[in-house]
Design a protein around this ligand. Sequence first.
Ligand code: HEM
Length: 339
Amino acid sequence: MDTLKRSSTVWVPTLTTLLDTMWDNIESKLASGPVSYLVPIQKFIFAFTSLCIAGADPANSPDIADKGYMRMDRWLAVQLLPSVPITTFQPLVEIFLHSFPYPYFLVSRDYNKLYKFVENEAKEVISRGQTEFKLSKEDATHNLLFILGFNAFGGFSILFPSLLSALASDKTGIQEKLRKEVREKVESGSGLSLRSVQEMDLVQSFVYETLRLNPPVPLQYGRARKDFELSSHDSVFKIKKDELLCGYQPLVMRDPKVFDDPETFVPDRFTGEKGKELLTYLYWSNGPQSGMPSGSNKQCAGKDYVTLTTSLFLAHMFLRYDSVTIANASFTAVDKPTP
Ligand code: HEM
């Protein structure tokens, strides 16, 4: 939380500068055919999270500027593969991929390069960890790299493609409505900012609905700290201290008793008074969207930054373009406003 607060003033200018660079690159390649957005978005997320969370500029390290996102991907893959659900080739997947942690040597080279990058470039944040939170330099660096790579880079790398894929599947003319809202709010206020984006109800609802149907972290685990009773709509379960609990968010957030037409992507579901009440049932961050992260509830520390950043990403796109055409995880056309 301390690291996030520290960076709140550079958050929006860094985001818009990096997004403009990303879009300029995509546009320059569009004349030769569809442009996959997966690599450009990952490069953007890597630079954005490094600069904003760690105060570390990848541009100062040629290897990291070029391959930093790939090094993160490989490091994340060995941690996530044991728990990623794979339904084909069973029971072989269970036996050979899901039964043991992967050895560190597979990614030690990548991790060491990333560690050096954070150690050299994030001196100010690491030193805050040492002075304010009494961590050793090594612990502060490992922790910062974990938040940067696992929480922030990992989470956004799943969320942004889900957002674009939701946009691609829309048949309701949502782009026009989003564009109208974004431009109205930006023109009547002080430009694109953390404040103006919070007034964009439809943009925020679109982001919430993406998180409802595609929570980037679908499984959550917790161990009971005391005996308690866990209630559902129609049953009560007795939980004993130390029992392991697992929550599966995609099921929870499609509860037909809470969400009308739960399997359908409804872009404006979270607008208006009734929509705001539904935020109590939006659990993507390991707790309700209406809740606050704290030291005792394990709710995502970056919860509000995640939804605001994703709303800013969407708003920036509809300031820059009238519409975008997306197919097979690629942009096929972008339509710029006539000057
Ligand atoms: C799309 C992006 C993100 C998603 C989907 C996400 C999701 C989550 C979830 C589900 C948890 C709970 C994990 C568990 O204990 O089961 C969590 C925890 C956490 N997240 Fe995020 N997160 C994202 C981005 C961020 C960012 C940008 C930060 C930046 C600081 C962050 C910091 C944390 C921290 C520190 C925790 C651990 C909280 C604790 O155990 O007390 N996350 N996140």
